[in-house]
Design a protein around this ligand. Structure first.
Ligand SMILES: *Cc1c(COP(=O)(O)O)cnc(C)c1O
Length: 407
């Protein structure tokens, strides 16, 4: 049986232990919400200060050229591309995930003009579903919302697009990207993957899987900060036919010619819309430094070890809590979700003890294990806290019942 001393020993021999030191993490807090807002890498504020004071403050508009602000979307895009197994020049960092879902799914359905359906699943993140509902309404396509276990059987030759999130934000269940992509291609459909809960947490291979398009977030496991720019991947074979539904000037072949006729740029530039979010890109670019030289296989191995341990301890100590996340390694991401009738006050009671997870309706307590900075002792201490909160019934305290705007 594992002990806390074993956890300390695992931390001492953890090849990622030095990476944790790169982050600002207050003492006394176990941060298990890096899947929602990644922690702050220590060097980001100084990089931001330089850009604000020395570039914006001193060089002002010249900075677009002198400090190459103009290249940030591609530079950051390629760095993210390396983390998702994308070809160089096939990812751009821009806009939000919601906007990128719109661009990718709308462009995807135009590649199959004779087909009439978009398939997604009922576990997808609501913004993705809302955006696809808008596309379906505007284009006259049918949006098929199927159970996550029924995705494969719902793909047929009437389907234009299959658009899924790889890791379920609620349960942490992971789809088989390669198998679904292959089945969709066999049926002649185009596939869009949302990697919001994948990128930075484990190796992803969009090119190997043959994905057509992908999108994802900059502020979760990439630690780019609140509201960080998102990204979009367009497979090289689709770049010349990609039709961005938002035809803004930064997707134009020559934005500074100021022509009134829209001519799409070649390559991934076509997936852009407007002026880059320079400050957000600078923070994200700096945050990505922590991944330099890191093998994502090592990151994945630690993530699985942390989540295995957490599930084991919770099952042993808090028997009436159901683990909602699949046990099989290949079927999950880097979070563990627990199902409990009183998940909301339970999470609040844990936060009061310094164990920060979050709640997702109706009954999910969600714990993200960002392998770059979560330790084995954190897993142990979090599981102890859960055991105590459940055993003592301290979640019944009325102060844990109040809900804020953001849960
Ligand atoms: C977090 C998340 C989003 C967030 O989209 P924003 O446009 O950044 O608000 C979208 N999709 C999925 C699957 C997510 O997990």
């Amino acid at each position: 049986m594992t002990t806390r001393a074993d956890c300390e020993a695992l931390d001492a021999s953890d090849p990622l232990a030095m990476i944790r030191d790169l982050f600002t993490l207050p003492d006394g807090v176990i941060y298990l919400d890096g899947n929602s807002l990644g922690a702050l890498p220590k060097h980001v504020p100084e990089r931001m200060r330089e850009v604000v004071e020395e570039q914006w403050g001193v060089d002002r508009i010249r900075s677009w050229n002198v400090h190459r602000w103009i290249d940030l979307p591609y530079r950051v895009g390629d760095r993210i591309g390396a983390l998702i197994g994308a070809e160089p020049g096939s990812v751009v960092a821009a806009d939000t995930t919601s906007i990128n879902v719109y661009k990718a799914v709308d462009a995807a359905r135009r590649l199959r003009p004779d087909r009439r359906a978009i398939v997604t699943d009922t576990s997808n993140f609501p913004t993705d579903v809302y955006v696809m509902r808008g596309i379906a309404d505007a284009s006259g396509l049918e949006l098929k919302l199927v159970d996550p276990s029924a995705v494969l059987e719902s793909i047929n030759e009437t389907v234009a697009v299959v658009a899924l999130t790889e890791v379920d934000y609620r349960t942490g269940r992971r789809h088989d990207m390669a198998a679904i992509t292959a089945a969709a291609h066999d049926a002649g459909a185009v596939v869009v993957w949302d990697l919001a809960h994948s990128v930075g947490a484990f190796p992803v291979g969009v090119a190997d899987a043959g994905a057509d398009f992908a999108v994802g977030c900059g502020y979760k496991y990439l630690n780019g900060g609140p509201g960080a720019p998102a990204f979009i991947y367009v497979a090289p074979r689709h770049q010349s036919s990609f039709r961005n539904p938002i035809t803004g000037w930064f997707g134009h072949a020559a934005p500074f010619e100021f022509s009134l006729e829209f001519v799409p740029a070649e390559g991934i530039a076509r997936a852009r819309v407007g002026t880059p979010h320079v400050l957000g890109l600078v923070a994200l670019d700096a945050a990505l430094d922590v991944f330099d030289g890191l093998g994502l296989d090592v990151v994945r191995a630690k993530s699985l070890a942390l989540t295995d341990l957490f599930m084991d301890l919770v099952e042993e100590w808090a028997g009436d809590i159901e683990v909602a996340t699949p046990k099989e390694h290949e079927r999950r991401g880097s979070q563990v979700s627990l199902r409990h009738d009183h998940a909301f006050p339970m999470v609040q009671a844990l936060i009061a003890r310094g164990v920060v997870g979050d709640f997702r309706i109706p009954d999910i307590a969600r714990f993200g294990f960002a392998p770059l900075y979560v330790r084995y002792v954190d897993v142990w201490d979090a599981a102890v806290a859960i055991r105590e909160v459940v055993a003592s019934g301290e979640w019944r305290d009325p102060r844990f019942a109040a809900r804020s705007t953001v849960t």
